[in-house]
Structures are given as structure tokens and as C-alpha cells.
Design a protein around this ligand. Sequence first.
Ligand code: SF4
Length: 402
Amino acid sequence: MGTAGRKRKRGGGVYSSGTSDTTCAEATTTSTTTTSTTEPTLTKTIRPKKPRRQPAAPKTTNPKTKKQKPAAPEHEPIDPPPNWERMYTLTREMRNKTPAPVDTMGCEMVANNEPDPRNRRFQTLIALMLSSQTKDTVTAPTIWNMQKNMPGGFTLETILSLPAPTLHTYINKVGFHNTKTTHIKSTATLLKTRFASDIPDSIPALMSLPGVGPKMAYLAMSACWGRDEGIGVDVHVHRITNLWGWHVTKTPEETRKKLQAWLPRGLWHDVNNLLVGFGQSVCLPVGRRCGVCRLAVEGLCPGAVGGGRSGMGGKGEDGDGDWDGDDDYGVGELEKKEKREKREKKEKKEKKEKKEKEEDGEARVKLEDIPPHTTTAVPDIEDLGRSPSLPARSTRRRSKRP
Ligand code: SF4
């Protein structure tokens, strides 16, 4: 018996319900016709309840089954900066001769030994999350420790089963470890419930995970799914491209859009590794080594410091124009300069402290020179009229409470 039929029966069995398969509308019409002469008319129409809408998960696509359309450009195409190809080539040459931490400890590398592709993707995403505000030399050992020591292995299931405080003990060396513990636990739950226990394969879906921003999403997309849908712009890429005068931008996101407007798509994956490693080895955030940088030699970098070409001549530069990047960067001179500056700063500080001490001493001497009668305490008003044998109230020792 259908819903309409059941409802009518419950209503007192007055109305004929028609056949059990009759729709509500038909049932209503039939009832009305049948009872028009003998029974009161049925005026209420019974409507089936609408199913409640479920919140939709961000769309994901399987790259094996569906070919993706290239994303619409986020920025109007712009002319490439002059000499960019020469700058890129020189930097690549310097990088090829000079290993940097990112080459062996970058987030793309740390999960390379994991045989299960799903686990590899998961570990890469977690490495990216841990790497925020943390050096590669700290992130990589953290991941290796998790791979080696987590009971049951470093998998999504293990992260889900571990209590947050236990997870925290594994990641407490990285920056912002408390927040990251929370983010990783929430991410693991979301991956299980919304993404079939795997990493989503779309940028919006990746960015819907807690703690995952555009940089991580584009890097994860590239490392986990082999699709370069955007450039992963971190602080090195942002800083160095601005030093090079390629653009003037305030945020990494702005830099990403500018770069994507002209840099050939084939370099979108490489440019991150290139500039992160360059920022770790030559163009350091503090004390950049322009004296040994080939871009300074050729006068290509507007951000060069220390006179650029005149700063050449260290061990890394043998004068033939070729970069001997596998030695110590020719930093001898630079380090000497840094040491000298430090020493000078220290001496200056010591001089200042000495001067302050002397001035302080002079002031004390002056106070001691004051004749004793002028420093005698004036008695309290309450002490006036007390026996001279008693000490003044203000100078009496008060007994301490136990
Ligand atoms: S010249 Fe100096 S500022 Fe320019 S890229 Fe080289 S190290 Fe960096």
C-alpha cells in the first residue's frame, strides 16, 4: 500500500484510497470523484517530502579518465622581462653545479621511497604542510622519523588513529607545531570522509583542506599528480624575482599571477626548485653572495649589492667567466667582511656600555659628595613630640610576618 493510502486509513478510513500504486495526485482526484455524492470533499493534497540537500564536496577529477582543460589565465598576458632567458640559464648553471638542501630534502623528495602511490601522495602533502615556516633540514628528518617510527607506518590510517598529543611528539621540531597538529588531524579526517582516503586532484579541493594555501596546492598538484596548473611561489621565488626586477609585487600570490602571465608553462615546475635552491645557496635572504653570482658578473641583476662586478674574485670565480660553483662559493672575502662588521659592532656596543657605566659612576660620586646633614630624613609628623631616645617611626625596622 502506498503512502497516500496509508494516510487516508489513519485519517479514519472514510476515504477510498484507490489502488496501492496510485500517485498522490491521482489518489486525490479519485477520492474527490468517488465521494462527491456521499462523503465530504477531500481538499488537502498530500505532497511527498523533498529530500534534504547534501553539501557538495569540491569537484575532483580523475586524470586517467578525464582530460583536463587548461585553466583560464588569471592575468592578462604580459611581455617577458628583458634578458630573462639569459638570467634563467645562468641561474640553472649555477644551481646544477651547486647542490642545495631542497635537492635532497625538498617535499617532493622525502616520500620518494614509499612504494604505495597513495601513501606517497599523502606523505608529500603532509611534508608540504610541515614545511611552512620551517627549513628543509628540519622538515625532512621529521618526515623520515615518522616513516621509520610510526606504528603501522606513515599512512592516513595511522594519522587518523593517533591521538593529537602523540602526533605532536613526532612533529614538535617544526615551526607552529601546535597548529599543524590540529590541521593534520582535520585534514586526515576530511581526506577519509570527502576524498576517498586520497589526495584530491583539483586546486579548489586541495585549498579546502585546513592549512593548505595556493603555494602548497600548486606544489602538491605538481608533485602528487604531475599536473602543473600553477607556479608554487614561496618566499624565495617571491623575493628573488623581485630582486631581479621582473615585477614589483607585495605578496607571493601576486607574484604567481605575474609570472604565470609570461613564463612558459614548461618551466612552471622547474622555477620553484631553481629559485628555492638558489635562495638557499647563493642569493641568501640575509647576506646574499652577489660577489660570486654570475648575474652580478654580467650586470644582469638590479638587486646586486657590493658593487656587483667589482665584488668578484673569490675562490668560486677563476676569471675565465665560468662558474666554479662546486667549491665554497668564494666566500672567503665575504665572510671576512661579515666578521669585521660583527667585530666593529661589538666594539661599538662595548664602548657605549663603558661610557654609560662611567657616567653612572660620576653621578654616584656626586651623590656621595653631598654632606650628611642634608641627607638626614625629615621625621614623620607622627614622630614629632616622641621621646628623642626612640628612633623615628620612619627608620624603625618592622618585624616580618612569618
Ligand atoms: S646578484 Fe646578488 S641579488 Fe642578484 S641574484 Fe645574484 S646573489 Fe641575488
